[in-house]
Ligand binder design. Structure first.
Ligand code: ASP
Length: 288
């Protein structure tokens, strides 16, 4: 099987720093694809790809995550494989790479998801150091708008949101995996959990394919977007499944899929979606 890596860096109606994003998307593809090239499994490729984007301040995941209504960052992340391995963290704070903690949940516990304080405590136990992911840019914006943020919420949300990062891959053995990480939605209520760590919501993988979504989390969850796409993979390929869920589901979102035959689907109904793809001899990035 020819290895394939597809990544996403968010979808929405505004484009922030598309050139900067393209640089990091490129790095993310290189870093993740190297794993596949070296014969490693899809899971290590998607996690590597997501770490690069979590560390890049221009995406809403890890460093660069948007603050909630109290000015604090709460993040969601998850991983899943076609073999059924799953791990997630929800509303986790003060860690650099939520995706690494989600991996620890998947491989070192019998649970599927840890949330809030418990997730933070678990992260420390696993050796993830305390880290503040809020960037100066977002800190300033939050401070500036704090006194009037109730009336500015919609505008600020449209400026800074929906830049979840994710990756799907198929390795040379035909194994598939997905990883997804986000700071959620700008100025969300404290404790809000989006679609990113929800099995069948923003993330799903099975023997049929690996699926990741980005966009309005409440809409994605309500319509179980990733599971819906997986069901379509029973009789159709990844390209069809991606286009069909975009057509049928009423929510603002984008989706990436790689199916068991290596067929890729990329579709979105938002104005832009930031994404990239890499195979042995093909590479493409789209910053916006
Ligand atoms: N889906 C994410 C959420 O609602 C937001 C995003 O895609 O950036 O938490």
């Amino acid at each position: 099987m020819e290895p394939i890596l597809v990544i996403l860096g968010g979808s929405g109606s505004k484009i922030r720093n598309p050139e900067e994003r393209e640089i990091y998307l490129g790095e993310s593809l290189e870093s993740g694809f190297l794993e596949l090239k070296e014969g490693k499994e899809a899971l290590s490729a998607v996690v590597k790809a997501v770490i690069v984007m979590e560390d890049a301040p221009c995406f809403n995941a890890g460093t660069g995550s948007v603050p909630n209504l109290l000015g604090e960052v709460e993040m969601d992340a998850s991983v899943m494989t076609s073999e059924g391995l799953f791990g997630a963290v929800a509303a986790i704070r003060d860690v650099k790479n939520p995706i690494k903690v989600a991996m620890d949940v998947a491989v070192k516990t019998e649970h599927l998801m840890l949330a809030g304080d418990g997730a933070v405590r678990f992260a420390r136990l696993m050796g993830h150091k305390k880290y503040d992911p809020l960037t100066d840019e977002l800190k300033e914006l939050y401070k500036e708008k704090k006194s009037s943020y109730y009336k500015d919420i919609d505008r600020m949300r449209s400026l800074y949101s929906l830049e979840t990062v994710g990756a799907v891959a198929i390795d040379r053995f035909g194994g598939m995996a997905v990883a997804l990480s986000t700071g959620g939605i700008m100025l969300h209520l404290p404790g809000r959990v989006g679609d990113t760590p929800i099995i069948g919501g923003g993330i799903y993988a099975s023997q049929r394919g690996a699926i990741a979504a980005t966009g309005h989390g409440e809409g994605i969850m309500r319509h179980m977007v990733a599971k819906r796409a997986d069901d379509l993979l029973d009789k159709h390929n990844g390209e069809y499944a991606a286009e069909e869920v975009i057509k049928k589901v009423e929510a603002d979102f984008g989706i990436i899929i790689v199916d068991r035959d290596g067929k890729v689907g990329v579709a979105y109904n938002t104005k832009y979606m930031c994404w990239g793809i890499k195979t042995e001899d093909y590479k493409k990035v789209q910053g916006a």
